[in-house]
Ligand binder design. Structure first.
Ligand code: SF4
Length: 66
């Protein structure tokens, strides 16, 4: 089990993570534009692979597994 975290302050809302792992991330509209939000904080098994794929495609490296 690992904790999936997005630094929403630094996220640029590109949507790459939501395309890669739609079960784990969603885009929400905020006053400062779109931001990725984690739909599922505790991930395990195949979800960790999906989270890792999202980490790999994030252009600003703001997704992490703790
Ligand atoms: S891939 Fe990174 S920058 Fe793009 S929406 Fe997801 S967390 Fe934000």
């Amino acid at each position: 089990m690992a904790k999936l975290v997005v630094d929403e302050e630094k996220c640029i809302g590109c949507g790459a993570c939501t395309s890669e792992a739609p079960e784990l991330f969603e885009l929400i509209e905020t006053d400062s534009g779109y931001k990725a939000k984690v739909k599922k904080e505790q991930v395990k098994g195949k979800e960790i692979e999906q989270a890792q794929a999202a980490i790999n495609v994030c252009p600003v490296d703001v997704i992490s597994l703790e």
